[in-house]
Ligand binder design. Structure first.
Ligand code: SF4
Ligand code: FES
Length: 387
């Protein structure tokens, strides 16, 4: 008869839980959930070897174990420290931890530009969340921030090295998921940077997953760049039968109306890519970058966003896809007078589908430029049909 596995009892912020030996403090805290869980900027449960780089997950160990109840002298990285039977851990309840975390956030922000208003990651950036929770209003840093030569790493991914916090997640994705890693961390110390070797473009089927694991806006989707703020879009779960055997085909579509602005892998409450049947739900570049029409997908329903997030602020509660025809909207009535709002609003050119242009959107895509009004043709300057 199989011997029953002995579980270790660990208490985190006064909440006790039994976990298997070998579980890290961070994962034990995730099992409890909520505010007990330390933030993690570099650890990623689906990437082997991740963790131990950023120090945001530091916790106080008030009692080492049942057998040796001495506290640990220093704060420990919870993503790399495994639990002992009878261990007592303090996260939210420790002033030392809060103080250290404030310091870590200050360090992470020393070189990170505060360009959230123009960063595509804004609204889903873990550093932005940490900044709000632990950041200070001002900075004590008086020196010049790090700058880097701009580097083009291919047609799909935009690299902003100044935003990188060197968490190494993207290099683990490249190592563990693709067969042609051409980028990594070059140089040492303050000069370390993410770069491609000899400026090779990153072109392999799964490189887009680096965007999903990047906790900040250092790697963003070029096909979505500057097209919309993420909180204006509506995330829905969708799937397709992808021919790539390594791709799970399950995604989140970020819609505005029925335009697909962005395709990402589905994320769990920790901001990590979800797993299905024990396999991580990575998606291929074809699904991510080339399938930008709703007809390419079977839409399942609204995405659940459980993590505290600005995206959840205006969360829809039911999924209603836009109606195709005016008649449907008007419940069968035909309109007597139709005003073409595009011609008068200056919102965007009706001939341009923002999600389909292969560049960031410019002022001309939105503004009522001369040509654009001239193009109205059939209508008066107010968009009313000509008599
Ligand atoms: S680019 Fe992003 S994922 Fe890669 S090391 Fe920098 S912060 Fe981490
Ligand atoms: S998440 Fe533990 S050190 Fe980064």
């Amino acid at each position: 008869m199989a011997e029953e596995k002995k579980l270790f009892k660990v208490t985190i912020d006064n909440i006790a839980i039994d976990v298997e030996p070998g579980t890290t403090i961070l994962n034990a805290a995730r099992m409890i959930g909520g505010d007990v869980t330390p933030p993690a900027m570099c650890y990623y449960s689906k990437l082997d070897g991740s963790g131990g780089k950023c120090r945001t997950c530091l916790v106080e160990i008030a009692q080492g174990s049942e057998k040796d109840p001495r506290p640990m002298p220093k704060l420990m990285a919870s993503c790399r420290t495994t639990v002992m039977d009878g261990m007592v851990v303090k996260n939210m309840t420790s002033e030392k931890v809060m103080d250290a975390r404030n310091g870590v956030v200050e360090f992470l922000l020393i070189n990170h530009p505060l360009d959230c208003p123009i960063c595509d990651q804004a609204g889903e950036c873990h550093l932005q969340d940490l900044g709000y929770e632990h950041g200070k209003e001002g900075t004590r840093y008086e020196f010049k921030r790090r700058t880097f030569e701009l580097e083009d790493i291919g047609p799909y991914i935009q690299l902003h090295m100044t935003r990188c916090i060197l968490c190494y997640r993207c290099t683990y994705v490249a190592d563990q998921l693709t067969d042609k890693r051409v980028h990594g961390i070059l140089d040492r110390g303050d000069h370390s940077e993410i770069s491609t070797y000899i400026s090779k473009a990153i072109d392999n089927d799964f490189s887009g997953n680096m965007i999903d694991v990047c906790p900040v806006g250092a790697l963003t989707d070029k096909t979505f760049r500057f097209k919309n703020r993420v909180w204006f879009t509506k995330p829905v779960d969708a799937h397709r039968n992808c021919e790539n055997p390594k791709c799970c085909g399950k995604v989140t579509l970020w819609l505005r109306g029925d335009e697909v602005y962005r395709v990402t892998a589905r994320k769990d409450q920790w901001g990590e890519v979800q797993s299905y049947g024990g396999k991580v739900g990575w998606i291929c570049n074809t699904c991510r970058f080339d399938k930008k029409k709703t007809v390419d997908w079977t839409i399942e329903g609204l995405t659940t966003i459980s993590r505290h997030s600005v995206i959840g602020a205006n969360k829809y509660t039911t999924l209603e896809m836009p109606n195709d025809t005016i008649k449907k909207v008007l419940h069968g009535r035909a309109p007597k007078l139709l005003m073409n709002i595009h011609n008068v609003s200056g919102v965007n050119n009706p001939n341009i589908h923002l999600s389909e242009i292969d560049r960031p959107s410019h002022m001309e895509d939105f503004e009522k430029s001369g040509e654009f009004v001239k193009g109205a043709g059939e209508s008066t300057q107010w968009g009313l049909p000509k008599e």
